[in-house]
Design a protein around this ligand. Structure first.
Ligand code: APR
Length: 258
């Protein structure tokens, strides 16, 4: 173990210091310390009686587009009140370091909050889309949506004046964006180190990415508040808040890699 950081295994520090291509997969846990709830947290206030997973389906939108669009618009509003945390910023720092030394970094995220981009990460692969754009279910027009809440629910499309808008996210049962999945597969096939961060490892296909990379020879690590179904498969893990663990891990790796 590293002296100054007894909870960070040396193999993680050394692997990040040496990585030719580091691929990271993030989940809701990396944004938890920014103040955004994960999908396993109980919702509060007006939303306390709903299960977030049951609102994230095409069937829920079909049944009650008013409710589902209100919930996503609420999440856009929450995102606007919070900021990326040191975990997001540590990944940006690592990405820059890799770029300067001519090495690769791929950031795959299941998050739709846009916080990696706010922290300065380039080229984020958004596997589950983003809540910052919405699209018309009738004409397909895309609408940027980051500021004020919509005036009515479900919001109407001002391009065709007929359709309603839905968030540009991937709901349960829907296909992941083709380009995102292609980029994920390319990264899984070419990375030498894969780190799963703040994800419960319950939702496919992302849940199998780490083991797929590992089966092709990559080292597979986990950073999570607690053990997950992935823990049994990883080469090493840090079980601590990512906003504390990632800055330490990245500092040590950069220091170690000189
Ligand atoms: N630091 C690190 N990990 C954390 C922290 C933290 N501060 N807080 C929570 N976690 C971990 C939890 O232990 C849990 O394993 O983050 C994980 C969050 O799990 P989920 O809420 O299931 O989030 P995620 O894995 O991203 O969910 C995947 O499920 O509902 C769908 O489409 C949605 O993208 C989402 C997908």
């Amino acid at each position: 173990m590293t002296d100054a950081l007894p909870n960070i295994p040396d193999i993680m520090v050394e692997s990040l210091a040496r990585a030719e291509h580091l691929c990271v997969l993030t989940g809701a846990g990396i944004s938890a310390e920014s103040g955004l709830p994960t999908f396993r947290d109980k919702m509060t206030g007006l939303w306390a009686k709903y299960d977030p997973v049951s609102l994230a389906t095409p069937e829920a939108f079909e049944r009650d587009p008013d409710l589902v669009t209100r919930w996503y618009d609420f999440r856009v509003g929450e995102g606007g009140k919070h900021r990326p945390n040191p975990g997001h910023h540590a990944l940006t720092r690592y990405e820059q370091w890799q770029r300067v030394r001519g090495k690769r970094f791929t950031l795959l995220t299941q998050n739709v909050d846009g916080f990696h981009q706010d922290a300065g990460s380039h080229d984020v692969v958004e596997l589950h889309g983003t809540i910052r754009t919405w699209r018309c279910v009738r004409c397909g027009a895309a609408h940027r949506h980051e500021g004020e809440p919509f005036a009515t629910y479900p919001p109407g499309c001002n391009a065709c004046d007929e359709g309603i808008l839905r968030p540009n996210v991937v709901w349960f049962g829907e296909m992941l964006p083709e380009l995102a999945i292609e980029r994920a597969h390319e990264a899984i096939g070419s990375c030498d180190v894969f780190v799963s961060i703040g994800t419960s490892g319950l939702v496919q296909p992302a849940a199998s990415f780490g083991e797929a990379a590992q089966s092709r020879g990559a080292l597979f690590f986990e950073v999570n508040l607690e053990a997950t179904p992935l823990t049994a498969h990883v080469d090493a893990a840090v079980h601590a808040p990512s906003g504390i663990a990632l800055p330490k891990l990245v500092d040590l790796a950069i220091h170690h890699g000189g």
